[in-house]
Every structure is written in structure tokens, then in C-alpha cells.
Design a protein around this ligand. Structure first.
Ligand SMILES: *Cc1c(COP(=O)(O)O)cnc(C)c1O
Length: 333
């Protein structure tokens, strides 16, 4: 069996999840009558502390619908250079939303320099796009945003009348690692996007949380973006199963990532200490190819990102560390 550390999106539904999908009650969600979708949305709203939640097929679509619901044509959002909503969504905000991104450098801990954020807010002047929104991401590259930074960023946004969006694709990882309820990490944001298809192991699905009026706008955007699905309850059932059964176990992924980063450091690799489910390391020449020979899949690059998840066991990590040690011994020989 190969070990796949390319992403936590490679997980396949567990037996319990498959059974829940098989057994799902479904209806036409475009008419609003899919009971499984409705149940997931209601349960998630209560869990996250929002008035309303809308299920989306993907996180990219959920983020874009959120940006389009906060910003109109000629508006601008402030966002980190490394943020998914800026870097990894094919420029969707600009292409489909006519929204101008104002990217700012992320600091080493994933946060933004708030003095830079403040300086980037444009005055009301016809030369400039209208700055409307600050978008953050947590976790970002496996790092948890510090609560102090989040509170200061929220206060800054409020002072300037900006809305706040959180791309929380892996916010459940942050909540479990910090031992806090997810609602606490959602507090103070106008909208939060939560992926079910990453470490939580659902085959598809993202939840967008917000006020009732915000979600009504996002619902319209989802339709524009082609995201109205019919018997989506089969996928919602997987999402429900994920939030009921796969949240607490994220701690195992974190323990595996910590074991991996510590083992790699011990073996002389330049690895970053893990806090959640990601390990980054400076790959020596030939390392990825060596792993591939041993049926260990990683995304190639100089800076490797190794992601632990539902389908990676502690034994797999021990095996990977053995392979990594053999690689260094072989190079020395
Ligand atoms: C995966 C991811 C998304 C997008 O989710 P998709 O379902 O792949 O479109 C958004 N933001 C972050 C931080 C992600 O990791």
C-alpha cells in the first residue's frame, strides 16, 4: 500500500461514512428540500455559532461566493500573498467578481503586519478601488493564527468599517490542536468557510457560515457560479458523518505530523516543527524520487509539504522515517 502525503484531500470515505451516504434521505436541494443538506446546515450553524450555513460543493466556490457577497464590482479585499483566496483560486475574485485583490506579505507565523494592512486601506477617492474586506486564513500552511493577532485584526477591520472573511478550510485542525470549540475560532468574523473534504475526510463539500442576509446573498452567488446541486444529500450525509465522527481524531493526524517532524529533525533534515497536520522540509536532491521508489507519494518541490490525514497511520510515519534515515545513510556511504 502506498503512503500518500500530498494532501489531506486524498482521503477516501471510511466504511461508516459510506454507509451514512448510502442511507441518506435526499431531495432536490435547489428547491431547498433535501433533508440531509438541511440537517447538516442547521447542525453546523449551531456548532459554529452562526445564524445560517450554506453547503457548497468546493471550498474554492465557497470562498468566491463569500468574496462576491461582501464585495461588488470595483471593490477591493485585503489578503495575504500566501492565502488560498488570493494565490490558489485562479484569480476568481478578479475574473468572476470584478473584485480587486490587494495582496500583502504574510509574516513567518502566517499573520499579516497590521500596520501594512492599515496603510493599504484606501481613502474614499475616485482614484482608488473601495476597500471593503479583510480576508484571513486559519490554519495557513499548517500554522495556527495567534488569537492575539486575530483579535487585533478584527478590531482594525471594525475601526475602518471593513467586513471580515475567514478561510477556515482547516479551522477544525486549529480548534482541535488548541483544545477550543470551533465556535470560539469563528467568533468575530462575518463569514467563515470550512472544508469537509480535507482532514475531515468527506469526498466533497464546504460549509459557508454567516448571517441570514449574508447567506441569502451567497446563495444567489452559488447559483451564478453553477453550484446549485440537486440530490446533494448524499454528499451532505458524508459531511454530517465527518463533523460527528472525524473531528476529535484530527488529534491523531497532529500527533503523527509531530512525530514526523521530530523524527526528520533528529535524522538531520531541515524540517519545521509541526503544530497541526503539515510538515515542511527542505528536500535534499533526490529525496522525493527516493520516496517515490518506496511508494511514498509527495508533491515534488524544493520545499516539501507532507500532510498527515485519516489514511496515514503511525506505522506509516515510522516506515517513512526508516526510509528517510536509509536515504541519508546511503548518501553518506
Ligand atoms: C483546499 C482549500 C481551499 C479550497 O477547497 P477546494 O474544495 O479544494 O476548492 C480553500 N482554502 C484553503 C486554505 C484550502 O486548503
Amino acid at each position: 500500500m502506498s503512503i500518500d502525503l500530498r494532501s489531506d484531500t486524498v482521503t477516501r470515505p471510511t466504511d461508516g461514512m459510506r454507509q451514512a451516504m448510502f442511507d441518506a434521505d435526499v431531495g432536490d436541494d435547489v428547491f431547498g428540500d433535501d433533508p440531509s443538506v438541511n440537517r447538516l446546515q442547521q447542525q453546523a450553524a449551531a456548532l459554529c455559532g452562526f445564524e445560517s450555513v450554506l453547503w457548497f460543493p468546493s471550498g474554492t466556490q465557497s470562498n468566491l461566493a463569500a468574496l462576491m457577497s461582501h464585495c461588488g464590482r470595483g471593490d477591493e479585499y485585503l489578503v495575504g500573498q500566501e492565502a488560498h483566496t488570493y494565490r490558489y483560486e485562479a484569480g476568481g475574485a478578479a475574473v468572476l467578481g470584478s473584485i480587486q485583490p490587494q495582496p500583502l506579505a504574510n509574516q513567518a507565523d502566517g499573520s499579516l503586519d497590521l500596520a501594512e494592512v492599515e496603510a493599504a486601506i484606501k481613502p474614499d477617492d475616485p482614484h482608488f478601488a473601495r476597500t471593503r474586506l479583510l480576508a484571513l486564513e486559519n490554519t495557513i500552511g499548517g500554522r495556527i493564527l495567534s488569537p492575539d493577532f486575530v483579535h487585533a485584526a478584527q478590531a482594525l477591520a471594525r475601526r475602518h468599517g471593513l467586513a471580515l472573511h475567514l478561510d477556515g478550510a482547516r479551522l477544525f485542525n486549529a480548534a482541535v490542536a488548541m483544545g477550543r470549540p470551533i465556535s470560539q475560532l469563528c467568533a468575530g468574523f462575518d463569514s467563515v468557510s470550512l472544508c469537509l473534504s480535507k482532514g475531515l475526510g468527506a469526498p466533497a463539500g464546504t460549509l459557508l457560515c454567516g448571517s441570514q442576509t449574508f447567506i441569502a446573498r451567497a446563495h444567489r452567488c452559488r447559483k451564478i457560479l453553477g453550484g446549485g446541486l440537486r440530490q446533494a444529500g448524499f454528499l451532505a450525509a458524508a459531511g454530517l458523518y465527518a463533523i460527528e465522527h472525524h473531528v476529535e481524531r484530527l488529534a491523531e493526524d497532529h500527533a503523527n505530523a509531530i512525530m514526523l517532524s521530530e523524527g526528520l529533525l533528529h535524522a538531520g533534515y531541515e524540517a519545521t516543527p509541526a503544530r497541526t497536520n503539515m510538515v515542511f522540509l527542505h528536500a535534499p536532491a533526490g529525496f522525493s524520487a527516493y520516496l517515490a521508489q518506496h511508494d511514498i507519494k509527495v508533491l515534488p518541490g524544493e520545499r516539501l509539504r507532507l500532510v498527515t490525514h485519516l489514511d496515514v497511520s503511525t506505522e506509516d510515519i515510522a516506515h517513512l522515517l526508516d526510509v528517510a534515515k536509509r536515504f541519508t545513510r546511503q548518501r553518506r556511504a
